[in-house]
Ligand binder design. Sequence first.
Ligand code: AMP
Ligand code: MG
Length: 410
Amino acid sequence: MLVNISIEEAKEILLNQDIKINTIDIPIVESLGYVLGEDIISDINMPPFDRSPLDGYALKSDNIKDASKENPIVLEVIDYVPAGYVSSRKIENGQAIRIMTGAKIPEGADVIIKYEDTEFTDKDVKIFNYLKPNSNIVKMGEDIEEGDIVLKKGHLIGPADIGIFATLGRGIVKVYSKPKVAILATGDELIDIDEIPREGKIRNSNSYTIAAQIKRIGGQPVILGICRDKIEDIKNKLKDSLEWADMVITTGGVSVGDADLVKEAFQEIGGEILFWKVNMKPGTPIAVAKYGNKLIFGLSGNPAAASITFEKFVRPTILRLMGKSKLNLVKVESTLENEFTKVSNQNRYVRAITYYKDGQFFTKLPNKHSSGVLTSLSGTNSLFYIRAGNGPFENGDKIEVEILDYPEVE
Ligand code: AMP
Ligand code: MG
């Protein structure tokens, strides 16, 4: 078993796991924010015909070569074609057809002159200027050509994409499904949130924080509740949830204490431990197991440790299950607005509040950093990584932070 590995090794091991990634077919309006699970290939040209981009007159460019303010050319108007209709007439020399935006260019015409530049009656139109052939004509296939791969598998679906599906006549598309992630809290000291703690007990908060973290990145959390520090109970809950969940996260019971049975439970149900303990603070005690083609993450019970190790290790796997390819948190250079005097012998992630002002990032640190403290995580949106041995840091130092809620772009 791999024990006490580096953060980089842990990430590498996780990335290399073959996991089962599912797709589903869903109605296009619901596909916003999902990742496309198929290439979208066009079987049409868009527009399907040469069309007019404005209201005006269709005619032959050659006929208006000598048109000027002083000597307008007068053409006979032989038809009228609104959008959605097609003229059956062919334009000959000396003729024009009145045409509306979106209508198909009539046969014989190679230019459109806009209304505003003409004078017209029902019977004829005066043209005052020359335009060369193909002016004001939108060519067939300008937007999409038949056979184009319009959108690629792996593309993050935005509003315009849903319009593209509609253009191509697709009411249903294949997307990567949002993984169902089961969350199990373990610990004899834990009680449900609607209970009054007796001596020695605390309410289970981890399941809720983690459910929200899963939701924030688009997964489907399922809170399983609390399990005592009893190996048989933990094994049963794990086995049951692995029947339907795409991934399981446990909190608590993964350290070296007498009641820390989670790692053994992973093994006893047939899971292969990929690693146990990562060289970082908070969150050293973390165990990850592979069960078939699913991963089981055993996170520390300490609220900040569970939350931060979720972001570093669980989040990339959930994103992979959702078909995403940008798995790392975005790193930015920032200016520290506090001091951080502790020199750690361990790699450390410090929760941080990073904001953008006048073209620069600035970072403030809360004053409590312990892995058991949840409240100082509130309002934080970033992690300040300190490599073992680095520091102390002073107000004004340039640092690098990883942003947790960076807007998703491809
Ligand atoms: P453990 O990882 O089981 O050693 O627990 C570490 C610390 O986290 C202990 O103080 C636990 O009481 C606390 N803890 C464990 N599970 C939870 C939970 N679900 N919610 C809040 N605190 C917890
Ligand atoms: Mg415990």
